[in-house]
Design a protein around this ligand. Structure first.
Ligand SMILES: Nc1ncnc2c1ncn2[C@@H]1O[C@H](COP(=O)(O)OP(=O)(O)OP(=O)(O)O)[C@@H](O)[C@H]1O
Ligand SMILES: [Mg+2]
Length: 286
């Protein structure tokens, strides 16, 4: 399953700055709105902040494909990764989790599996209250999921933060205890989305792969080098590759707006239908 996302979103977040190093100050970034109980949420979380936007519709189209696989094959645990840093993994994971959680019946867990540069809590504005998370639950078998999962009732969403960054993330992820936690999570949730580190520079996804049903690989339009995408696909378990998510493809956004304009004449619901058919696109895996 491939899909194309075209969220048109302003540049920059504290997290990206941390990964990328110093950069020019941004003058006119719009203020982010709060989601968590402390800090401010990343403005790019359209599925939570502006679910009925054009961008929100595109995540909803992707949600539909996951729901189908859930129904057809029992797909439950989906990892979101990408070849290189800053392709949009975390943004995609949160938006996709938010889109799935729009179904009030769905029980959705978002896991921050990037123990190296965790950013789910930061992007959600959970701040310091994030407290213990996946790392603590792996290292201490006395902790259950209940001890580390945070609920965001307003969004019908549960979040498992990464917790304290360990000195040897790969070793922590290799613990069989991670499998136990995923088993417990599978019993309690319909959908579990796992944000991960990039595939090429670090080996963590190869360990995480053991516990997930599928991988979505995010590709940043005009950024992710083709060679590194190929390398990432080579090391991804072939049976688990669900498809590519093209992030930041402005051409398709323009097309989506075209559909939206048409829809204003013929009714918003019809416009959404047409937008879903035009912007997010299924293509064969490379
Ligand atoms: N479609 C988009 N439009 C505009 N900005 C985006 C988009 N997707 C992501 N971003 C921004 O790009 C930066 C990197 O995104 P994100 O943190 O989701 O990437 P990542 O792949 O998880 O990075 P890392 O490898 O560091 O974990 C963030 O500032 C995010 O807000
Ligand atoms: Mg990330």
């Amino acid at each position: 399953m491939n899909a194309t996302l075209t969220p048109r979103q302003p540049e920059g977040s504290a997290h990206a700055a941390r990964r990328a190093g110093p950069r020019r100050p941004e003058a006119a970034a719009p203020a982010a709105r709060p989601i968590g109980s402390s800090g401010a949420a990343d403005e790019h979380l359209v599925s939570l902040l502006v679910p009925n936007s054009i961008e929100g519709e595109q995540y909803r189209a992707l949600r539909h494909q996951i729901e189908q696989r859930h129904k057809d094959d029992g797909l439950t645990v989906v990892a979101i990764s990408s070849p290189t840093p800053a392709d949009g993994k975390t943004t995609t994971a949160i938006n996709l989790a938010g889109a799935l959680a729009q179904d009030p019946q769905a029980r959705v867990l978002l896991v921050d599996g990037d123990l190296r540069v965790p950013s789910v809590s930061e992007q959600l504005g959970l701040g310091e209250v994030a407290g213990p998370g996946l790392v603590e639950a792996i290292l201490d078998p006395g902790r259950s999921l209940d001890d580390v999962v945070r609920d965001l009732p307003l969004f019908n969403l549960s979040v498992l933060p990464a917790g304290r960054s360990p000195s040897a993330p790969y070793e922590v992820l290799k613990s069989p205890r991670l499998g136990d936690l995923f088993q417990e999570a599978r019993r309690r949730f319909d959908y579990i989305l796992v944000d991960t580190p990039p595939i090429v520079p670090v080996p963590d996804c190869r360990v995480i792969s053991k516990w997930v049903d599928g991988f979505m690989v995010v590709v940043a339009a005009h950024k992710t080098p083709r060679r590194l995408l190929q390398e990432a696909l080579n090391v991804t378990e072939p049976g688990k590759l669900m498809g590519l998510v093209f992030n930041r493809d402005e051409r398709l956004l323009t097309r989506a707006y075209g559909y939206y304009g048409y829809g204003q004449q013929h009714g918003r619901a019809r416009a959404a239908e047409r937008g879903r058919g035009g912007a997010p696109r299924s293509q064969p895996c490379p």
